[in-house]
Ligand binder design. Structure first.
Ligand code: IPM
Ligand code: MG
Length: 376
């Protein structure tokens, strides 16, 4: 009986390796990147998601409608709602991202996405993971800044491979063992490393921290670090420093040293975990935006999940839209609207309202109205 499972697992492993080789080869022959800075019309798909998603997405849509009014009226920017990426519909259709929704996403240039619920266990993939893969959004860019402490960090989290790409396709020998797979490809690592070093160069940064656990995950993280160092050779003047994820996690909570870090590049799962820690240092995950950048598409979202507990306990009205507003700011920069992005950033910084997620803080609506007032 066990042999049967072993045979099945071995043949599945072969399939996975072949698929990943095909994916790596496809990356080598990728189409030239779309020029997001010079689009004649920009279609922004807006996905509201689950839990607090619809609340913060509505807030953000109102702000964008105010901020981009002239261009929306003139038709050079289109805000297009994409409905149905809800946990109920996804479970009903048995698809992480139903086909019609994926097609609607692909008909847009960029997406603004509210958080979606991710089922634990089972085989249903996270909608985020599916969208990142299907749209090939390989760079998850997450800025964190605390100006009064001199903290200005930008994380470049690899977003299409690592622990995530086969996370729903592990093997199980019932009652005995389970195995998941982690994948690092050469072109996949080169492109995230290049994105990090290009950002560093364009923004006058002098160091990039390569964060892995290459002492333990010798194949995957070992090659991730090696390839990042190869790429680093093209960027003289920018120091490439190796760090292990455990000690880096400690460094980020050490006020004596943390402002010295600038740009980080790291595999998917470490990037997921450490960016929540970094966001907390900035004021909580409700304050942090996230950009998923690919050559053909880009998707902007909050760093956090759908916060079902806030809805269950009746606190939805107190959800913080700042995470998604910061994502919208990144979106505006990506589509070459830097003045609009600056205006939004200034309004967020000076709105003077505190959101606590509870009755002792401002509501999502109060904050949204205040921001719209400040935008003028
Ligand atoms: C994130 C989230 C997602 C992830 C979840 C919702 C699948 O935590 O964007 O960081 O793990 O990547
Ligand atoms: Mg996360």
């Amino acid at each position: 009986m066990q042999n049967e499972f072993v045979d099945k697992a071995v043949s599945q492993f072969r399939t996975l390796i072949e698929e990943q080789i095909t994916r790596a080869q496809a990356m080598e022959h990728a189409a030239p990147p779309k020029d997001f800075q010079n689009l004649k019309t920009v279609t922004i798909g807006v996905i509201d998601g689950d839990g607090i998603g619809p609340i913060i997405t509505e807030a953000c849509t109102k702000v964008l409608n105010a901020l981009l009014k002239d261009e929306i009226d003139a038709g050079s920017i289109v805000l297009k709602p994409i409905q149905g990426l809800t946990i109920e519909n996804r479970l009903k259709q048995g698809k992480a991202v139903p086909d019609d929704i994926l097609a609607a996403c692909k008909a847009c240039d960029v997406l603004l996405k509210g958080p979606t619920e991710t089922p634990k266990g089972g085989t249903m993939e996270s909608a985020n993971v599916t969208l990142r893969r299907e749209l090939d959004l390989f760079a998850n860019v997450r800025p964190v800044s605390v100006p009064e402490e001199g903290i200005d960090w930008v994380f470049f989290r690899e977003n299409t491979e690592g622990e995530y790409v086969l996370g729903s396709r592990g093997v199980e020998i019932p009652d005995t063992l389970c195995m998941d797979f982690k994948v690092t490809t050469r072109p996949g690592t080169r492109r995230i490393a290049r994105a990090a070093f290009e950002y560093a160069r364009a923004n006058g940064k002098t160091s990039v921290s390569i964060v892995t656990k290459a002492n333990i995950m010798k194949k995957t993280d070992g090659s991730f670090s090696e390839i990042c160092h190869e790429v680093a050779k093209d960027y003289p003047g920018i120091e490439a420093e190796d760090w292990y994820i455990d000690i880096m996690t400690a460094k980020l909570v050490n006020p004596a040293v943390r402002s010295g870090y600038q740009v980080f590049v790291l595999p998917n799962l470490y990037g997921d975990i450490i960016t929540d820690e970094a966001a907390q240092i900035q004021g909580g995950v409700g304050t942090a935006g996230s950009a998923n950048i690919g050559d053909q598409y880009a998707m902007f979202e909050a760093i956090h999940g759908s916060a079902p507990r806030m809805i269950e306990t009746g606190r939805g009205a107190y959800a913080n839209p700042v995470s998604l507003l910061r994502a919208a700011e990144m979106l505006l920069r990506h589509i070459a609207r830097p003045e609009k992005a600056d205006k939004l950033a200034a309004a967020i910084a000076s709105c003077g309202l505190t959101i606590t997620g509870r009755e002792d803080g401002a509501t999502c609506e109060q904050l949204t109205d205040r921001i719209i007032e400040l935008i003028g």
